[in-house]
Every structure is written in C-alpha cells, then in structure tokens.
Design a protein. Structure first.
Length: 365
C-alpha cells in the first residue's frame, strides 16, 4: 500500500488578494497612528500646544516647550509624532512646526464649526471605562451615563458646542414653523437632557424676552450648567433643574428641545408622552439627533463609524440601564425616530433641517 502524501491533511492557506491585503494593512497602520496620536492630541490640547502654535506661527520644538513650560525633549517627540500623522505641519528647512489653517480650525479654534478637540476628551474617558464596558458586554449591557469617567461629560459639551454655535440660531430654530417669532415675543422653553447647558444658554442669550428651563438627570452636569449661566449673567431668564425626561414638569411650554439625547433614553416613547403633556396646545417638540440613514448599508461611512462606536460605548448601554431599555442607538434613522415620536402621541413629524452630523425633527400634537 502506498504511503499517504505528507501534506494530505495539512490545511492549506486560503487564497487571498495580495493587493487587497496590503491596502487593508496600510489602512490599519493609519488607524493605529490615529489611535496612538489620540492620546497625544489630548495631551497637546490640555497643555495648550495647539493654541500656541495657532497664535504664534511656525516655531521650533524648543520655542514651543519654553512657551508652554514643558520638557523640550518630550515636546520634540510630540511634534514629530503629530507631524507624521498630519496633525501638525513641519518645515525641514527651518526645523519649525506650525498649524495650517485647516489644522488650526480642527484643533485650536473653539469658535470653528469643525473644532474637534472635545472628541479626544471623550476617547480618554472611554479608555478608562473599558473594564465597565467589558462587564456590560458579558452581562446585561448596562452602563449608565453617570457611571462613565468625568471626561465624557466635559468632552460631550465641547463636541456639540460647535454645532450649536453655528446651526442652532442660524438654521435649526428658523426651520421650525413659527417658533422664532414666539421666542422673540416671549416664550417658555424646556431643554431636556441639557447636560452642561450649552444649547440652553445660546438660546437664552439670543432671545431675552423668553424664559428657558434646562433639565438633566445628572446632578453634576446641572451644577456645571448653573455655573455657566451665572458666568453669562443671564439672571432669572434661565434655570436648571435635576429631572428625568419622564418627570418633566407640565408647564405649558411653547418649545421643548431634545438635543442628541432621545436615543439615549430607556423609554423614549414614555419621554415623548410626557413632552406631549407638558407642551402648550400649539407647542413644538424639536428633536435633534445624530444624522443617520434608515439602513445599516447607508450608514457605512466615516460619520457612521464614529456614531456607531459612540453608540456601542455610551448610548446603547445607557438606554439599557434604564426602564424599558429600548436601545434605539445613535444611528436609529429618521423612520425609527418618527415612529417613536408618533407612538408618543404626536400627529405631525417632519425633518425640518439637517447637517452632515445632525438631523432636526419637528413634532407637533
């Protein structure tokens, strides 16, 4: 009998496309560079490196270290890593580093519509939360908002603030039927899930005849909102209270706002029903949510990658930690959101405005 071939039972490697593999490995190297530089970006933001580079122009590593009162050797290495990643510009001739206009808008200019430094606060906090997230994956999926690292809370304000600054007054409120006119005359407004009060304060400053009430279930965020409002000297035109959405006081509001929070709620239908009870008969519910298609395929984009990751790490565990635990997620899409709003008792729901990152839904009884 002939002996069997030595390789008869040896698994053969699957055929693969070498070009596709090289392309994917190249992409992974880019992602790994971005991942490791995310820590450095947070450090540079905290130490003021970006603002110094933006305000003082090209400078050597030693000059930046002196200006920022940091160790020159580490500053040199930080700049080198950031230049390799494309986050900082490098001039070999003068051995100087600088920020291009685009880099400055993203990392240094807090008034820019594309300021993104807050994302790195969030990333820093989420790495600390990994043990809690592992437990959520292995058990019941629950991780409440207040159980996260504190970096999440301040980072969230910094992430959302640019959109509110540039779109809330110029586009979102004017897109609602008759709302700006009410605010100019004098209206009662509730901002539910207000966090640190960024959106509430923007509206209060713009409409001095109206009264604004911010609500959040997270006491530390409410304290931060109160301090921010006091710094703006808005007096009794604005107030912040600790409250869940389902406990919203029924005060006949002309406008109720939910900024990027409906999908985080365990019982968004119940929250909507409470909004319906708290509104004036001709009131408006404005629901601002992350932009999303109604299909997974439509959300397989760079923006979708960010929102799905945030949803996995923050939004969905937060919803699962509450009663009902509907877990809409940050990419629920307009159709699913509109269904929830209608189930809460609203007869009219329409998309009033959108940006690459947000959609604005207007709901009326």
């Amino acid at each position: 009998m002939a002996a069997p071939a030595l390789n008869q039972h040896v698994p053969q490697p699957p055929a693969f496309d070498a070009d596709a593999l090289n392309a994917f490995v190249g992409r992974m190297l880019g992602d790994l560079g971005a991942l490791t530089n995310s820590v450095l970006t947070h450090i540079g933001d905290q130490l003021g490196f970006y603002k110094i580079l933006a305000s003082e122009g090209p400078m050597t590593a030693d000059a930046l270290a002196t200006r920022a009162r940091a160790l020159p050797r580490l500053v040199r290495e930080w700049l080198s890593a950031q230049a390799a990643q494309g986050y900082v510009s490098y001039d070999e001739k003068g051995d100087k580093f600088s920020l291009s206009a685009a880099q400055g808008m993203v990392f240094a200019d807090e008034g820019s519509p594309v300021y993104m430094a807050g994302f790195f606060d969030i990333a820093r906090g989420l790495f600390d939360d990994v043990p809690k997230l592992l437990n959520a994956f292995r058990t019941d999926g629950k991780l409440a908002w207040h159980e996260h690292n504190n970096c999440l809370f301040c980072g969230t304000r910094r992430v959302f603030q640019p959109a509110y600054n540039h779109h809330l007054l110029a586009e979102w409120l004017p897109a609602l039927d008759g709302v700006v006119e009410k605010l100019e005359r004098g209206a009662s407004v509730a901002d539910v899930g207000c966090g640190h009060g960024a959106s509430t304060i923007i509206m209060a400053k713009a409409f001095p005849n109206s009264r604004f009430h911010g609500f959040d279930y997270h006491p530390h965020s409410v304290e931060a909102a109160r301090a921010a409002a006091q710094a703006e000297r808005l007096g009794d035109r604005i107030a912040f209270e600790v409250s869940t959405a389902k406990a919203l006081p029924a005060r006949g509001y002309d406008l109720v706002c939910f900024f990027d929070c409906l999908h985080d709620m365990g019982d968004p239908v119940g929250a909507g029903k409470r909004v319906r009870e708290a509104l004036a008969p001709d009131g408006t519910w404005m629901v601002v949510e992350p932009f999303a298609s109604d299909s997974l395929q439509g959300n397989l984009t760079p923006v979708g990658a960010v929102f799905y990751a945030a949803s996995t790490l923050v939004c969905t565990p937060a919803s699962l930690s509450q009663e009902v635990g509907l877990a809409l997620g940050a990419q629920a899409g307009e159709a699913r959101l509109a269904s929830v709003i209608r189930e809460a008792g609203f007869g009219s729901v329409r998309r009033a405005a959108e940006t690459p990152f947000n959609m604005v839904l207007e709901a009326r009884p």
